[in-house]
Design a protein around this ligand. Sequence first.
Ligand SMILES: Cc1ncc(COP(=O)(O)O)c(C=O)c1O
Length: 389
Amino acid sequence: MTDFAFQLRPEIADLKDSQIVDVWKMGFTVPDVIGLWVGEGDLPTPDFICDAAAQALREGKTFYTYKRGIPELRAALIDYHRDLYGIELADERIAVTSAGMNAMMLVIQSLIGAGDNAVCVTPVWPNIFACIEILGGEVRQVALRGDASGWHLDLDQLFAACNSKTKAIYLASPGNPTGWVMPDDQRRALLDFARSRRIAIIVDEVYNRLVYDRPVAPSFLEIATPDDPVFVVNSFSKTWAMTGWRVGWIVMPRHFAPVFERLAEFNTSGGQPFLQWGCVAAIRHGEDFVKAMVARCKSGRDLVVSRLTAMNRVSVVPNEASFYVMLRVADMGNALDFCKRLVVEGRIGLAPGTAFGRGGDAYLRLCYAQSETRLNEAMDRLSGFLAKY
Ligand SMILES: Cc1ncc(COP(=O)(O)O)c(C=O)c1O
């Protein structure tokens, strides 16, 4: 740690790199590596979205804009939720954010202070832990259990992890890295619990469209009332191949909009209107792309799962959604060390399960949103590496 001439907050001094980033950085020096480590595919954003943003730029949509996003995007999102779930959202419940990450941070800033805690269902994308810790909160983790039938949550364990200092429960459904989708009875029981304890539920639904047996994953929005303590986080990143755009949104409880607007003013002071015009195009004209994206991910998953299960010592936990699969290698040792060797010697990048909190240690995460050719090449390399490992 650098010894600065100023006093850094301990919460910031103690921040660690994500282990996913640790492995990813090692890959910079490996020529021709196939990176299946981070949460994005190999497709660029489709032209119809880029064109809408470019046109908005040329039209001079370059000024400060509404803290909750341009009205046209909020209107598109209202229509989108109606089409997906048959629900009618009030405009005041929608806020456009600088992607899912910023949405998570804004919600955590609203809820967690020093001495509070948030309970997270793990293994999960670890950035939520850092949001809580940066604000001086304690992260409590309740692990899903993976087996040959999928991932399972013990709801009693989740409830038992909450105490009087618990201000939020965070879960991603569909989950990253697990693809776990919270069953309906658990969603209802959790909602009842949160109501009775006045604890906020932060539901991360950024993978809601990457689901293989139905058009959309079930949402908390279908069961929560506008006054319930539920914040639903979503993003353009995964569904429309827009990771670099950094645009997402939150559906918030009723009457929260003025609080959000003040907080946004002191974080980003609002988003980029020309990018938001691209997002309007994604919502209004993106369904064919989404269908193609899901079909591509489904074939990627089927390919990878059949190749992995045919390998000696490898097993996978079935997933219903997302674009990740969690795999186990018998006698793997430490997952981070394994991934570091795999990058250098095998020229494939996977994310170590140790990066995702409790319950992930024994696994490796693979993102299969890639072309068939690259996935096949990655599987060839992995089996060659394992033969020598
Ligand atoms: C579960 C989950 N939530 C949120 C995000 C944030 O995505 P973005 O900030 O690109 O919208 C990610 C990205 O990997 C994720 O996996």
